[in-house]
Design a protein around this ligand. Sequence first.
Ligand code: PLP
Length: 455
Amino acid sequence: MRYVSTRGASPSLGFADVLLAGLAPDGGLYVPESWPALPDLTGCATYAEVAAAVMQPFVADDIDADTLGACCREAYETFSHPAVVPLVQVDYDQWLAELFHGPTLAFKDLALQVVGRLFGHVLGQRGERLTIIGATSGDTGSAAIDALRGRDNVDIVMLFPHGRVSDVQRRQMTTVPDSNVHVVAVDGTFDDCQDLVKAMFVEAEFRERLRLSAVNSINWGRVMAQVVYYVTTASALACPPVFSVPTGNFGNVLSGWVARQMGLPIAGLAIATNTNDILARFFTDNDMSVRQVVPTFSPSMDIQISSNFERLLFEMNGRDGGMTAEQLTRLRVTGRLAVEPDQRAAFLHGVFRATSVDDDATLEEIRRLHVTTGVLVDPHTATASAAARLGLFEGPTITLATAHPAKFPDAVALATGVRPPVPPALASFDGKPERVEHAPNDLAAVMAVVERAAR
Ligand SMILES: *Cc1c(COP(=O)(O)O)cnc(C)c1O
C-alpha cells in the first residue's frame, strides 16, 4: 500500500515511512492511495485477530502478518476486559461501546498501544532511534507515554500546561519510572505547548539531529487502528448501526468513515461536539468559521480546527491536493472555510450528521443514564449519548464511550451525586514519586530540555 499527501505536493510513501513521518513535508496528511475492502473475518476468534486482519492491507509490503499479529496480540493484552471493546445495552435500541478498558482509561489506548509497538518494530529493523515530542491537554499524553515507555529506540518528551491538567492526568504521566519518558510542565496554556512543539519541528537542524517525530492524532497509524472497533461492534448487531461519536480532532469519526469505505454496513455517523461546535455548524449549515475555544466539561473536545478534517476535505475535493491546500490556507488566513454546497451535499450523501451538546445537557445526560440504567458515563461519552437520543438517524445506535467515568469524577459527581469507583489502573500510582521538569514558555529553554532528554 502506498500513501499520498492531502496537499498533493509530496512523493508517495509506504506504510513504515508514513508511520515515522506523521506529517507530510508539504504540510499535508497521508492517506492510502485507495481504500481496501474489508477482509473475510470468519475464523477470527479475538479482538486482536480481527485487528490484524483489518489492518493488514494498510501495512502490506512493510509489516509481515506475523509481526502485525504479535503487535496486536500484545497491544490488546494490556486491556483489562477480555472483549477489549465490550458493548453495553442501555435501551431497547441503544448501546455503548466501551473504549476505555486500556491502561490509561481513554480510547486513545486502542490505537496507541498498537502504534507504539509498530514504531518499536520499524525502528528496530532499521537500527534507528527517534525522539517523539508532543503536547497534551490530557488523555493523549498518558496514552502515548504508556505505549512507548521502556522502548530502547525511542525517547518521548511530553509538554503539558503547568497547573492546567487534572491531578489524575498529571500523575498518569509523571509517575512513570522509565528513563525514556520525559514530562515537561510549561508555564503557559495548551496552545503555547502546541506552538512550542510546532516551532521545534520548524528548526530543521534540530529536527534532523534529534530525529523528531510525533504520535499526535494526525498519524495515519492511529486512524487505521481505530477502524477495528467499528467492525467488531457493528458485526455484533443484527442490522447496520448508527454510530454516535464524541468528536474533537475528527480522528475517531473519520475511522468510522474509513470502515464504511471498506464496505462495513453503517447506517450513519452522528457527530457530537460540545459548545465548541465548528463541526456541527459545518455539517448542518455549511458554516466552518473559527471562533474562540471555550472550556467545557469535555476538555478533549475543546478544539476549533479539527486536524483530521483535512482528510475528509481531500475526499470531498475528489482527491485534489492543490485545491485542498488552497482551502486550508484560506481557512488559516480568513478563519473561514468555503466548500461548494452541491459538492458537499453530493459527497456526504447524509452519511454525517452533527449536533452540539452544551454543558447543561451533558450533565443532564449523565444523570439520566445513571437514573435509568445505573451506568455512569464520562462527559465526553455523554455528549454523544445525548446526540444519539436526538435521533439524527433512525435505527439502532452505538454510542462510542471514549473515557472511563473515573477520569472525570467531578463532573460525574456533579451530575449524579455519585463519585465513580477508582479502578486499579488509576489507584496504582498513589504515593509514587513524580518526575517532571519545569520550563518557561520559551523555545530555547524547551529545546534545551529536549536536547538533554534525547540521548
Ligand atoms: C481525544 C478524545 C476525544 C476526541 O476524539 P477525536 O479523535 O479527537 O475526535 C473524545 N473523547 C475523549 C475522552 C478523548 O480523549
